[in-house]
Write a protein that binds this ligand. Structure first.
Ligand SMILES: *Cc1c(COP(=O)(O)O)cnc(C)c1O
Length: 390
């Protein structure tokens, strides 16, 4: 097969373009000599507070640890139930377990995106429910108005898995700030990606921020670093080592200046895919098909289509050098690690249907228009070929 390969994801061109700025920040780190949890991390936190409008951003080593520490800081206690969508990245649910809680799955919306359905979440509330954790997946925020109302009605704490949601906004605020807080991921492929693992908690709640800062550093830091009840150097709560390293902070600072432009370019590419693919037979659903949710600002992190014969299409594209990904191949309630919850196929049909049909197309700011067009050409060719065979 000839022709240029179109990877599902690459940051190569971004690094070429931004290398001078990134190198300046990296030199600071080397000169400073503190490589973990140092001045560059603090500088990134301030920059992200400005960019998101959050009162606090606490940097940690991954989006997953951001979720775990956020859940603990928001008051999750052993055995508490947290309602989460059955369709998401695995860490949405495993973070609840790692924080000592029990994930309780609910189905996603019928239309309008892939978020937790407020009515379905409401139906899963029990006397043991303490929190509800929506996820802002792919290209738009979950129905936070509806879910905040469910939380209010039952006295639950709202926390947000906003790992994919940098730049998404709901009713004038950055995603993650509606309730106790949100988690961000800077995994390389995310909208703002590091060159390794990194994450952050964003919150407007002073106590949540202080607890996260303590928990990420072995339970030290904040007020507990000095004396506590007369005990010097006291560690009051067992924390973790979830510190961000300064090399990641340097890279993120070097890329933050182009984040707005990156987000605009992602929207442009996504609209280009939408325009071409919307009417292709075999393509059942594209992001543009879902009506915009009132009061929200979209950011296209993943351009996800639902298609017929998904695996055959993915193989067709792969054979022509085009990378795709399946987000997500298995619904959370059918993951072996949650077998103890006793779910079966059919329990959350919308989540299961999404897993069977979803395919994510290459999308990053440096993807040339012609590459997006070639992806569309090959998708059209695949379904045209199928029609001829039948
Ligand atoms: C990426 C992601 C995470 C985890 O973030 P990491 O930085 O990879 O640990 C959690 N939830 C969702 C929805 C994600 O997409």
């Amino acid at each position: 097969m000839t022709g240029q390969t179109i990877p599902f994801f690459t940051q190569a061109a971004t690094f070429d373009a931004e290398w001078d700025g990134i190198r300046r920040h990296l030199n600071d780190v080397i000169d400073n000599g503190k490589f973990s949890h140092g001045a560059k991390v603090a500088e990134l936190e301030r920059a992200l507070e400005l960019w998101t409008g959050a009162r606090h951003v606490a940097a940690v080593n991954s989006g997953t640890d951001a979720l775990v520490l956020l859940l603990r800081a928001a008051g999750l206690r052993p055995g508490d139930e947290v309602i989460v969508p059955a369709y998401s990245f695995i860490a949405t649910a495993t973070s609840v377990v790692l924080a000592g809680g029990v994930p309780v799955f609910a189905d996603i919306e019928e239309s309008g995106g892939y978020g937790l359905d407020p009515a379905a979440a409401d139906a899963r509330v029990t006397p043991r429910t303490r929190m509800v954790m929506p996820v802002h997946l792919f290209d738009r925020p979950a129905d936070l108005r509806g879910l905040a109302e469910v939380a209010r009605r039952h006295g639950l704490t709202l926390v947000e898995d906003s790992a994919e949601a940098i730049g998404m906004r709901v009713d004038g605020a950055h995603a993650g700030l509606r309730g106790a807080g949100g988690a961000l991921s800077f995994f390389p492929a995310k909208t703002l990606g590091a060159i390794g693992d990194a994450g952050a908690v964003l919150t407007d709640d002073d106590a949540v921020a202080e607890t996260v800062r303590m928990l990420r550093h072995h339970g030290r830091g904040g007020r507990t670093l000095g004396d506590f009840a007369g005990i010097a150097n006291a560690t009051v709560v067992p924390g973790r080592n979830s510190k961000m390293d300064d090399v990641q902070a340097a890279v993120l600072l070097g890329k933050l200046g182009r984040l707005d432009a990156d987000i605009a370019r992602r929207a442009e590419l996504s609209a280009r895919y939408d325009a071409r693919l919307r009417d292709v037979p075999g393509v059942r659903r594209t992001p543009g098909d879902a009506p915009p949710r009132p009061g929200t600002g979209r950011v296209v992190y993943v351009h996800l289509v639902e298609v017929d014969d998904r695996d055959a299409l993915a193989a067709h594209l792969a054979a022509r050098g085009i990378g795709t990904e399946v987000y997500y191949p298995r619904p959370l309630h059918l993951q072996p690690c949650f077998a103890y919850l006793g779910h079966r196929a059919g329990d959350f049909p919308r989540a299961e249907a999404a897993c069977a049909a979803a395919l994510a197309l290459p999308l990053y700011p440096d993807l040339p228009d012609e590459h997006a067009d070639r992806v569309c050409d090959e998708i059209e060719r695949f379904y045209a070929g199928r029609r001829r065979v039948r």
